[in-house]
Write a protein that binds this ligand. Structure first.
Ligand code: ZN
Length: 266
């Protein structure tokens, strides 16, 4: 397996500190961990709103994205555009945005045969889940994020998982994440928190949250720069953004947008 984690860190040589220094350093580490977060950031609508949520809440944010052999690379290409747009349009957040890490997890595409990682028609499988479900994906993402966070002195992981209106993926459910939070904390001997600001919001409320966090500027950024469509369509522009308009991801995004607009208009 090839694992490339692109970061921009120089590893300092570790020497054994005197006890007093160690205590100060631990206190500093704990303080930093409480005011910093690592956001799982794909370049999609949900993770962009999670990133804005973290920027509004914490002092320092790092981001991590994964290349897992997706059937298209549009979302990954949107990542850097979204980050750049956030820096440009939100100067109050620019200084908080730290390193962006991209991990090669192409092994996931090698071992799964799903409509997310191959040119297969999207349909509901016999188990009731759409065949866009990539088994183990979020579990692996969170494990990798935890490993990186451990090295970077971060203990809060922020992800856009949601079980309010979603495709039924079991690794998006809060009960799954509660168990994984415990597993990461036990397995790395650090109290990890997996924060999921969208967990109990429907898609309309997610649009509403975007407006609350960053007003029209953030809404425009989400519409123009983020990507959700499973088919990677960037040629059709709708009022809610780009996409084919018919895949399950587009339908969720479009329905949420329309429900939110109707609520605003009422
Ligand atoms: Zn679509």
């Amino acid at each position: 397996m090839t694992l490339i984690c692109v970061t921009y860190v120089t590893r300092a040589k570790i020497s054994k500190p005197a006890l007093g220094v160690a205590v100060v350093s631990r206190e500093r580490e704990e303080k930093m961990a409480a005011t910093s977060a690592l956001v799982l950031f794909s370049g999609g609508q949900d993770s962009t709103i999670c990133l804005a949520h973290a920027l509004a809440r914490y002092d320092r944010i790092e981001t991590i994205g994964f290349d897992y052999g997706q059937r298209h690379s549009v979302e990954l290409e949107c990542r850097s555009k979204v980050i750049q747009a956030l820096r440009t349009n939100f100067p109050e957040w620019a200084d908080k945005l730290g390193e962006d890490h991209v991990c090669d997890l192409s092994v996931l595409g090698d071992i799964s045969e799903t409509a997310m990682t191959s040119e297969t028609e999207i349909e509901i499988a016999e188990n009731g889940l759409p065949n866009t479900f990539v088994p183990g994906r979020n579990l692996l993402f969170l494990t990798m994020a935890g490993a990186l966070a451990w090295r970077r002195g971060l203990s809060i992981l922020v992800g856009g998982m949601c079980e309010t209106d979603y495709s039924g993926y079991p690794d998006c459910r809060r009960e799954t994440l509660d168990v994984q939070e415990l597993t990461l904390s036990r397995g790395m001997d650090r109290p990890f928190t997996i924060e999921t600001p969208l967990m109990w919001l429907d898609k309309a409320e997610t649009w509403e949250l975007a407006e609350d966090l960053g007003g029209q500027k953030l809404l425009d950024l989400v519409i123009e720069e983020t990507h959700t469509c499973y088919l990677g369509d960037r040629t059709h522009r709708h009022e809610w953004g780009y996409g084919c308009g018919t895949c399950p991801a587009c339908e969720l995004r479009a329905n949420g947008y329309q429900k939110w607009r109707a609520k605003v208009a009422a």
